[in-house]
Design a protein around this ligand. Structure first.
Ligand SMILES: [Zn+2]
Ligand SMILES: [Zn+2]
Length: 142
């Protein structure tokens, strides 16, 4: 077993997720892609896994705060890896960027969202900021 595989097992264990072969593969894929993916996109990268297994894997990851979901306005929920120490609290949430040309969605981990001031008795459960535009590949560097 190589060092990366051992590290991935540890990543799962750190989040109290039992490392199964399937979960390790999904984690590996998410690490490789580096961008947010939808269930459909993930499914396209797996020949031998069925959709329900992948969906359950993502939901387990999400429940244990290994990934977070993003509503980027495209109609399909995307998932991206959380940073190591992330607890997915509202104050830890960051903005996302969606490229209108290539449909890529990425985490802007350094772009923290401002705490919203809400009227009395309003309770925030999540906050979502998606910046839309052209990514570095699509903007021709201008
Ligand atoms: Zn793009
Ligand atoms: Zn994110």
């Amino acid at each position: 077993m190589d060092a990366l595989q051992t590290k991935r097992e540890q990543t799962l264990l750190d989040r109290h997720i039992q490392p199964t072969a399937m979960r390790l593969l999904v984690l590996e894929e998410l690490q490789k892609l580096q961008v947010a993916v939808s269930l459909n996109e993930l499914e396209a990268n797996f020949d031998r896994a069925d959709r329900i297994t992948l969906y359950r894997t993502l939901k387990t990851f999400q429940k244990n705060k290994l990934v977070h979901s993003i509503d980027d306005g495209t109609g399909s929920v995307k998932y991206a890896l959380c940073s190591d120490q992330c607890e997915c609290r509202p104050e830890e949430q960051h903005a996302h960027f969606h490229c209108n040309k290539c449909d890529l969605t990425i985490c802007l981990n350094d772009f923290h969202l401002q705490r919203a001031s809400l009227p009395k008795h309003f309770v925030m459960q999540e906050m979502n900021l998606v910046i839309k535009g052209l990514c570095d590949h699509c903007s021709d560097g201008t």
